[in-house]
Unconditional design. Sequence first.
Length: 317
Amino acid sequence: MTVLILAPELDITADRMVKLLEQRAVPVVRFDTAWFPQRSRFEAYFDGGQWVGTLASSTHSVVLEGLRSIWYRNPSAFDPPAGLSPAERHWAMTEAKLGLGGVLAALPVRWVNHPARTADASYKPVQLATAVRCGLTVPDTLISNHVASVRRFAESATVTKTLGAPTIREEGAYKTAFTHVMTEADRVDLHGVEVTAHQFQRWVPKEYEARVLVVGDSVFGCAIHAHTAETYVDWRNDYAALSYSPVAVPPEVAAGALEYCVTLQLCYAAFDFVVTPDGQWVFLECNPGGQFGWIEDETGLPITETLGDVLASGGTP
């Protein structure tokens, strides 16, 4: 039985997993969805109530009914041939998603994580509501495009943060919207709020932040210490200005994180918490596909080993 890793061609974390599984003599095939359809072939037959067939690239192939698990490691977008019109390209990519993606999604194997579950768990409002139901503490939050509502909410210390990916590509460069503490000038000039939904959250005083990684039934904690004013607000501002250390996750927080993953049917998740000066753990968000390689490098936490155990064990979703 084979582990299928769906990942970009250049991904050091996926490289580590391939090496680990090969060392354990666990069959593993790596595939990037950007190879379809130009550099791969796919055939699937619905036979006897299940999908059977083959997914093959120029170097590897895997039998669908021979899979034990699939790691959905943020693979690249499908890549139809050049020369298609924009409408044709959109149609081809949609058909690839619903065809190849649909067959894989229907396989009775362990996913880390199933794309549909990842999509559901990526909604920030769902995250906050789920966290509260699982016993975790969350900050007061407003999502709105109404200027008066934002101004009222922002009378107390407030930050703005994106609801989705914080980075866009514009004018040939990447631009990132980091978490921002609102100033009096921000509260006076709220031009642009009306354009779309925005997230505003009550500022939480912090001793440090923590990334909590749930891998199957295991919970790992890493304290992230900021050493500049910018990283104190958002540690993504400057990774060089951070230090890390393993940290014990309080039992009630670990239990809440595990229940969260059961509720949203996740085998893996990366949680972000603020730890206040009085020791309270406050949930900020949870990324069902969050990075962990650099945390492992900095702390020595056995995340790849544990995730390898989950993938190798297989089982049904």
